[in-house]
Design a protein around this ligand. Structure first.
Ligand SMILES: NC(=O)c1ccc[n+]([C@@H]2O[C@H](COP(=O)([O-])OP(=O)(O)OC[C@H]3O[C@@H](n4cnc5c(N)ncnc54)[C@H](OP(=O)(O)O)[C@@H]3O)[C@@H](O)[C@H]2O)c1
Length: 333
């Protein structure tokens, strides 16, 4: 019988690819979105949409019971909805922690716990490695940002529930078609500028969205429960590696410069001051700066490799594929 899967945050970058993969794997696929969400990348006719209101116990109970009566229990849930940019630090906690907790409590209260509940967290809940070893699942988690702390709080909550069949996915920076943040780096290079912020020999990790989505389904379909799974393409890159590949694919000459530490500090202070006046967290703030400057963001993905995960994309072939998508879709000239 066709298994039923609910994917929350389906309208976002990663969520839209999770939905595609679920359909490819022949799951009956329910896409959790909001009335305001874009359906631009959710156009397959077999997708069933659910508008879950994670802020209300009554609304959650009503909708979950309705689906339980109409189609039965979801066999799998991937809780991918999350806030990655917020005006106020409290918003990270109310979406990434409070909503997750309320959602899981509703599943428990209504006795509709799935076979597996996959929580999409982030490498930010670990923070960087404090030595030269890659970040590993058993490392003490010391997030540098409110975003990372909100994800960690949700993870810690999951570990308190006895016998709940969850697995936590901690992806490093994700790139690929439809992505908007790494795209800004590529766009800057396309405009002839190459900007460096952190140390030049920084140890960075990346994962292509196709590999991440495959890794998530490997974890979902495995016997692994109550575990964190870190995901990268299992390689270590410097910031120049990324820029050099983009330059070569775009055939661009660039003006390269490193922003000196004292300039960065003053700019960050100015952003923080303006943020205080507006009552908002500025895009550049002291916590983000610490993330940019942290030396070692490399990842130990061995738990995933032992489950049969084989990344197919590395920056060498993943960036050309991604840049091609941006060009074909008019994001880059
Ligand atoms: N991209 C990365 O590099 C990366 C790395 C590590 C972890 N992650 C995690 O992966 C997940 C997906 O990230 P993404 O990059 O795909 O982000 P995204 O494109 O911003 O997508 C976020 C999704 O979450 C939904 N969402 C946000 N706030 C919500 C709320 N209050 N109620 C209901 N839905 C809400 C959004 O719905 P709308 O479309 O309606 O706004 C959207 O579908 C997140 O949990 C993120 O923390 C991402």
């Amino acid at each position: 019988m066709q298994k039923k899967i609910l994917i929350t945050g389906a309208s976002g970058f990663i969520g839209s690819f999770l939905v595609e993969e679920a359909l490819n794997r022949n799951y009956q696929t329910f896409a959790g979105i909001r009335s305001s969400s874009s359906k631009q990348f959710l156009n397959q006719p077999s997708i069933k949409f659910i508008d879950l209101d994670y802020t209300s116990n009554i609304a959650l109970d009503t909708l979950l019971q309705k689906y339980q009566n109409e189609v039965g229990k979801f066999d799998y849930i991937i809780h991918n909805a999350g806030l990655t940019k917020a005006k106020k630090n409290e918003d990270y906690f109310s979406v990434n922690y409070d909503n997750t907790k309320r959602f899981v409590e509703a599943l428990l209260r209504n006795n509709i716990v799935p076979e597996k509940f996959v929580y999409i967290s982030s490498l930010a809940s670990y923070g960087p490695s404090l030595n030269l070893k890659p970040i590993s699942p058993d490392q003490i988690q010391q997030p540098l940002t409110a975003y990372g702390r909100s994800k960690l709080k949700a993870e810690e909550y999951l570990y308190t529930i006895k016998d709940f069949p969850f697995v936590i996915i901690n992806p490093t920076a994700v790139y690929g078609p439809r992505e908007k943040d790494a795209f800004l780096l590529m766009q800057t290079i396309a405009r002839g500028l190459e900007v460096y912020i952190g140390p030049k020999n920084q140890m960075l990790s990346w994962v292509h969205v196709y590999d991440l989505v495959n890794a998530i389904f490997i974890a979902l379909e495995s016997n692994v429960v109550q575990q964190n799974i870190l995901v990268s393409d299992n390689k270590i890159y410097t910031p120049q590696d990324f820029n050099n590949i983009v330059k070569s694919v775009l055939n661009k000459k660039t003006l390269s410069f490193t922003i000196p530490k004292f300039v960065l500090k003053s700019v960050t202070n100015a952003f923080e001051f303006a943020g205080k006046l507006k009552g908002q967290v500025p895009i550049l703030n002291k916590e983000r700066l610490k993330e940019f400057e942290a030396f070692n963001w490399s990842v130990d993905s061995s738990a995933l490799l032992s489950l049969g995960y084989e990344p197919k994309y590395f920056l060498e072939n993943g960036l050309p594929q991604t840049l091609e998508w941006y060009k074909t879709n008019g994001w880059l000239k």
